[in-house]
Design a protein around this ligand. Structure first.
Ligand SMILES: C[S@@+](CC[C@H](N)C(=O)[O-])C[C@H]1O[C@@H](n2cnc3c(N)ncnc32)[C@H](O)[C@@H]1O
Length: 345
């Protein structure tokens, strides 16, 4: 018999523990297993099926959300930042939350709806943040008092092999944040030309071996289609010079570059940054967490240009970094760079 509150567990696997991610019932409903979640957190890891909000304290200090205000979380994910923003703008305020991922969005909305804020205080949209300005024109024409964008991929997306974001376990080479839109990564990889692939590796990950790896992938796909995560990892490892010190880092960069291309991440970010100032109410604050140089370069340039143009009254001179304590507790925070900007009152 299942415990009250826990989903009934169907035994569909052999042995004492499920092996396939799809069978791992705890990972699909971590909120029902607080004891296991606490144990994993104490060991410095992220419990599968969850995401730990990065630089939460710093983000809240920058955004300083107040009761009655409108806050935007442009990248809802697991809702770690969102739950704090939602509660800080109560009573009387609203959180408008966006994400492109239809699979995680519903689960996160359900979790946030248990927190006790009035129904109308939370608005969740499956929308690309590139479209934030038109969403706000309808929902909050005066603009938002605080906006957060925590760029990139969530731990839930990384953890699920069926979504193809990780090379640590086998799965289809997909990498789409919204699996209902666009083409999976293996389709792109099957037809892209060598020069374009080298450019993709360079632009999306500053990959020093971009040209060499592009050549190797184009040769390997003639012998056998590259349509799985481990297949691509194998092709990349086989192409590396013999004394490469950290092959996993190169594979990770290749996956990052492909993910950026498949989800058109740079053009979404550029559109978002172009319209950001119009999305803010007078005196509004924005915080952006970036995880690699391609993202941070764009944020830095947009904030600097906005300051010179008088659109912002203040912007971060240098990015904030996670504290040593946070890095000890959550190694996934290691690449984070947090930048902020403020609009004139
Ligand atoms: C790093 S996670 C956010 C985690 C979240 N702050 C939390 O505390 O749980 C990034 C999220 O942004 C979403 N995302 C990525 N690109 C997006 C875009 N262009 N528009 C909207 N959401 C996007 C991803 O699907 C993912 O859920």
């Amino acid at each position: 018999m299942s415990e009250p509150g826990k989903p009934a567990r169907r035994v569909r696997y052999r042995g004492t523990h499920p092996r396939r991610f799809a069978d791992k019932y705890k990972e699909h409903a971590p909120e029902h297993y607080p004891g296991d979640v606490a144990k994993v957190l104490a060991s410095g890891k992220t419990p599968a099926g969850t995401h730990r909000p990065i630089m939460l304290r710093e983000v809240l200090e920058i955004l300083a959300p107040q009761p009655g205000e409108i806050a935007v979380d442009a990248t809802l994910g697991y809702g770690g930042h969102a739950r704090e923003l939602l509660s800080a703008v109560q009573p009387g305020g609203r959180l408008i939350a966006l994400d492109v991922d239809p699979l995680e969005l519903t689960k996160t909305e359900a979790r946030l709806r248990t927190l006790g804020a009035p129904k109308e205080a939370l608005l969740v949209h499956r929308t690309n943040y590139a479209g934030l300005a038109s969403l706000l024109a309808r929902e909050a024409p005066g603009g938002a008092h605080s906006i957060l964008a925590d760029l990139g991929v969530s731990s839930m997306q990384l953890d699920d092999p069926a979504r193809g974001f990780t090379f640590k376990s086998n799965g289809p080479l997909d990498l789409r944040m919204n699996p209902a839109r666009g083409a999976p990564a293996h389709v792109l990889l099957a037809k892209i030309g060598e020069e374009d692939l080298a450019r993709l590796f360079h632009e999306g990950a500053d990959e020093p071996l971009a040209a060499h790896l592009a050549h190797a992938v184009v040769e390997a796909r003639v012998r056998q289609p590259i349509d799985t995560t481990t297949g691509l990892a194998r092709a990349i490892r086989a192409a590396l010079p013999p004394r490469t010190t950290d092959p996993d880092t190169v594979v990770r960069r290749v996956f990052q570059a492909l993910r950026i291309a498949v989800n058109d991440e740079f053009s979404a970010l550029e559109t978002f940054l172009r319209h950001l100032h119009d999305c803010l109410a007078p005196g509004g604050r924005v915080a952006i967490l970036a995880f690699h140089s391609g993202e941070d370069r764009r944020v830095k340039a947009a904030f600097k240009a906005g300051l010179h143009a008088g659109l912002y009254t203040a912007v971060a001179d240098d990015p904030l970094r996670p504290s040593p304590e946070e890095l000890r507790q959550n190694p996934r925070a290691s690449a984070a760079k947090l930048r902020w900007a403020r609009k004139a009152s």
